[in-house]
Design a protein around this ligand. Structure first.
Ligand code: THG
Length: 259
């Protein structure tokens, strides 16, 4: 299971400020904490970043990769910022993300082809948020087709069914489970799958969030999920993940498997 640490986010008060001031300290500290906790990739979320996007992404990638040896998941809808980040990134970056929206699909996929990156294909189309598994699979099929046209290997694609908040779309979670299973039949070799896990608990009471996130993770892992953007600093989350890996027969059980 690929763990993508979610904590370096422009929405976070502390780190959003550090980004604005180009203050590396808090950002490096958060990078190190997530790596220590078991993250394999770090999500670098600058949002749409209408102003200074390219310069900010370039600064973040170089600042972080000068201090720690880890690949990054570049999270922005700003093409110029994505390109600027990819140009200075060391190793295999993960582009977050392309969608079914035609311009975004074309531009982000072209960047993935050019830089030999991994790329998340988010199930979101020009018509908006998908309503069920079928609508998700239709968008996913367009993403896979575009990738094939550009010569991007199927297993470089991480399809994201898009988790909607439990508070507004309770029965949509069942559609996500179904989507994850259906995605695997779209290509040979099959695409990989990823989710932004904590979308589910958006606006839930604070004390429920970690429980809901972890329970969903276990259920998604039963559907074959390959990667998740999540909070690796939640030790119980990592314990759930490691247990699900043992139950999926990916790691050999031993009494010490949590260490
Ligand atoms: N799919 C893809 N990318 C994504 C998402 C997705 N990127 C963004 C988001 N969804 C995943 N990342 C986060 C990052 C932080 C939080 C939620 C999702 C979050 N943070 C804390 C909170 O609100 O409790 C703290 C925020 C703060 O400090 O203010 O919830 O679905 N491909």
């Amino acid at each position: 299971m690929l763990v993508i640490g979610e904590k370096i986010n422009v929405m976070s008060k502390n780190l959003g400020e550090a980004m604005k001031e180009r203050n590396p300290g808090p950002i490096i500290e958060m990078a190190k904490k997530q790596i220590e906790a078991g993250a394999n990739y770090l999500d670098i979320n600058i949002g749409p970043a209408p102003k200074e996007g390219p310069e900010l992404m370039e600064w973040l990638v170089t600042t972080i990769q000068n201090e720690v040896d880890i690949p990054l998941c570049l999270d922005t809808t700003n093409f110029e910022a994505m390109e600027a980040g990819l140009k200075v990134h060391k190793g295999k970056a993960l582009i977050n993300s392309a969608s079914g929206e035609p311009e975004r699909l074309e531009k982000m996929m072209s960047l993935a082809a050019k830089h030999d990156s991994l790329i998340i294909g988010l199930c979101l189309s020009a018509e908006g948020i998908p309503r069920d598994a079928n609508e998700r699979v239709m968008v996913a099929a367009e993403i896979i087709t575009k990738a094939a046209e550009l010569g991007i290997p199927n297993d470089h694609i991480y399809l994201d069914p898009l988790i909607l908040p439990l508070s507004v779309a309770q029965k949509d979670v069942l559609e996500v489970f179904e989507s994850l299973r259906m995605f695997k039949s779209l290509s040979e070799p099959p695409p990989k799958t990823v989710v932004g896990l904590s979308n589910i608990s958006n606006s839930l009471p604070r004390e429920l969030k970690p429980l809901v996130d972890r329970t969903l993770l276990a259920m998604l892992m039963a559907c074959g999920l390959d990667a998740a953007i999540l909070d690796p600093l939640d030790r119980e989350m990592i314990n759930t993940l490691k247990t699900a890996e043992v139950l999926r027969n990916e790691n050999l059980y031993a009494p010490s498997y949590l260490d």
